[in-house]
Design a protein around this ligand. Structure first.
Ligand SMILES: C[S@@+](CC[C@H](N)C(=O)[O-])C[C@H]1O[C@@H](n2cnc3c(N)ncnc32)[C@H](O)[C@@H]1O
Length: 639
């Protein structure tokens, strides 16, 4: 990663000649590019003389040569152009002239092929709509030049009467959020995040991680000086930068003012931070290329999995070890030591046989005699199972090619082992399959897993949202995706929706359908782009597997979370309640999920103001999504 990082130096060149000098300095100090104003004070002066037109836009004037700082195409690759900060779009008097200036700068940058231009985000909500109008207009034309919106991580509020300053963790994000909402969540609105001296707390910081970060701008006043006089960052800034660099943004450095610090020291330090990231663990190494990549959930019942898919499962260092442990303990509990009773273990949905091998290993370790049946409906995997029997398992295993729901078992099992779990627990139809298979489990038999639970939590991720939008079809918002979360803010701890326990359809668990309402309270405002789904499972007693973030089975990579998108993101203010509604539905051919969300706030009525009870507080609707995937029209799992 360190080799790929592109670092630019902020320069305040006022003329083309000065830009040339600064660019040479930056390049010889090891920077790839400079961030520089595109135009200068001469343009500002000339613009002040333009009178506001009575209607329409003023004549689209051309720049004079002495008004532009970047005047040569051969420098264009090495410059990210800053738009004129003085061009104020929010002032009625100056708006039209300002828009004309920005528009001309943008088209000049596009003409030269500048990779990106930077527009400063206002930090007052009331000033955002005019900026958003301009941005929307600009983004109508396809262009190679990206538009980066620069926003500070935090802003400073000064109380003039008290003479004190405090840090505002919300204002900047609220303005950014408003801008991209007014721009219709356009994927081309990219964030250049300014690392400020005051850092937000973890919750507010997380919120920025879910944004489309394209660049990280180092403010001047964040630099410290180490004992040898080199510029460095404090511990918190270092940690934040390291986390941000994992998203591979470009970097713009505003050099500090330490005497003796040379320009190259700043870029060397940033590269050092990138190079000295802790090495990826097995899970992170596996994750490369999967982060935020949307995958259709597997359909192992309806489709026949390919050998390569089984191959990926079988690399998991945790899942199979936990299954072996579960079978081992089940055998110890079921058969007394020294007994010559033969225990019947049936592995249903055996795939290419790893759970069969693990069941035999568990039996050897427990010193219990077993007879194993491997049942698999995939005709291709069945060939591999036969080969495994011939070369490894021999007479200890009987291989059956059948759908477990239809298999006429010759005897009943003591232990039924299955792994039909999806990212949401039941989304690969484990309940429906086991409902058919538990007929051949003895009444006192053991099912591994013994239960599994699905969890949900609201999430914010403009990245995932724009990925779904990029498909260009409304129906793509009506289907869940399996995805390894990266640019995602998980807004609260997940809550359980429903569980399936062995035996299925007993008095407690009822039918195989589900309906859940969960209520979450948000500590800070957020735009919600959908719902994250997770599962955990009890294989046997305390032997478990989990992708729930709080209980995650460290090192396991068989399952990524599931993402249920929203067609239209909804804004939830701090303190609001988010209700998520989920339904698991089925007919004789398919099973599917429907989902929706409602955001509410409650305001206390005057009568309840000094009471601690909720009596008298009124619930107000802030927003709601439509119910997604009604009737399973867009997404379903075939039975
Ligand atoms: C998620 S894979 C697990 C494979 C293997 N047990 C493992 O852990 O690597 C689920 C397997 O169950 C099989 N399967 C799904 N539904 C089945 C059914 N109704 N009857 C038999 N096999 C089924 C699939 O073909 C697939 O091989």
């Amino acid at each position: 990663m360190s080799d790929e990082i592109r670092i630019g130096l902020e320069v305040a060149a006022a003329s083309a000649a000065e830009l040339g000098v600064r660019l040479d300095e930056a390049k010889s100090a090891g920077y790839e590019f400079v961030a520089s104003p595109l135009t200068n004070a001469a343009l500002r002066q000339a613009t002040q003389t333009v009178s506001a037109p009575t209607f329409g836009l003023p004549e689209n004037r051309a720049f004079a040569l002495d008004q532009v700082v970047l005047d040569r195409v051969d420098w264009a690759d090495s410059v990210v152009g800053r738009h004129a900060a003085w061009a104020d779009l929010s002032d009625a008097q100056t708006r039209i002239a300002a828009e004309m200036v920005l528009q001309r700068e943008a088209t000049w940058a596009m003409h030269l092929g500048v990779p990106a231009t930077i527009l400063m985000l206002p930090t007052e909500l009331s000033r955002v709509p005019n900026v958003a109008r301009y941005v929307n207009n600009l983004l109508r034309s396809p262009s190679y030049t990206q538009l980066w919106i620069q926003a500070p991580m935090t802003t400073t509020i000064r109380d003039e009467t008290e003479g004190v300053a405090s840090c505002d963790e919300d204002a900047s994000w609220e303005c950014w959020n408003l801008l991209r909402t007014l721009c219709g969540h356009n994927a081309r609105v990219l964030l250049a995040l300014e690392l400020t001296a005051d850092l937000p707390d973890e919750g507010h910081l997380q919120r920025w991680f879910a944004e489309p970060l394209v660049a990280l701008v180092f403010a001047k006043d964040i630099w410290l000086r180490n004992a040898k006089g080199f510029p460095v960052l404090g511990k918190c800034h270092q940690a934040t930068v390291r986390r941000m660099l994992k998203r591979q943004p470009q970097v713009i450095v505003r050099a500090g003012t330490h005497p003796g610090a040379k320009l190259e020291h700043y870029q060397q330090y940033v590269r050092h931070l990138a190079r000295t990231q802790p090495p990826p663990n097995a899970c992170e190494a596996f994750a490369v290329g999967y982060q935020d990549y949307l995958q259709a959930p597997l359909q192992p019942l309806m489709d026949n999995l390919e050998s390569a898919t089984y191959q990926v499962f079988e690399q998991d260092p945790v899942k199979y070890a936990q299954y072996e442990k579960a079978v081992y303990h089940a055998l110890l509990d079921r058969v007394p030591a020294g007994s010559d009773v033969v225990t019947t273990v049936m592995v249903v949905g055996a795939g290419r046989g790893p759970l069969v091998t693990r069941s035999l290993a568990a039996a050897d370790k427990a010193q219990r005699a077993v007879r194993v049946y491997a049942v698999e409906k995939n005709p291709n995997a069945y060939v591999t199972l036969q080969r495994m029997k011939q070369t490894q398992w021999q007479d200890r295993v009987t291989v059956i090619w059948s759908d477990m729901r239809e298999w006429d078992a010759p005897i009943k099992a003591d232990i039924l082992v299955s792994e039909l779990l999806g990212s949401f627990g039941d989304n690969e139809l484990s309940p429906e399959c086991l409902d058919g298979a538990q007929r051949f489990l003895k009444p006192d038999g053991i099912s591994i897993p013994s239960s599994y639970t699905a969890y949900v939590a609201p999430l914010s991720s403009s990245k995932l949202y724009t990925e779904v939008a990029a498909f260009g079809q409304e129906a793509r918002f009506e289907t869940p995706y399996v995805v390894l979360f990266n640019a995602v803010h998980e807004l609260t701890a997940p809550q359980p929706t429903w569980s399936f326990h062995h035996p299925l359809r007993d008095a407690d668990t009822g039918d195989l359908i589900g309906n859940a309402k969960n209520v979450f309270t948000l500590a800070q405002s957020a735009t919600i782009h959908g719902i994250a789904g997770y599962f955990d499972t009890v294989l046997y007693k305390d032997v478990t597997l989990s992708i729930h973030p709080a209980t995650f089975s460290e090192g396991m990579f068989s399952w990524f979370p599931i993402y249920f998108p929203f067609k239209t993101p909804i804004y939830a203010p701090a303190g609001s309640k988010i209700e998520t509604h989920f339904w698991r539905l089925t007919d004789c051919k398919k099973t599917w999920y429907e989902w929706s969300s409602i955001v509410t706030t409650s305001d206390a009525s005057p009568e309840s103001a000094d009471s601690s009870s909720n009596a008298g507080s009124r619930t107000r609707l802030v927003g709601a999504t439509p119910i997604h995937n009604v009737g399973g029209v867009s997404s379903w799992i075939g039975l």
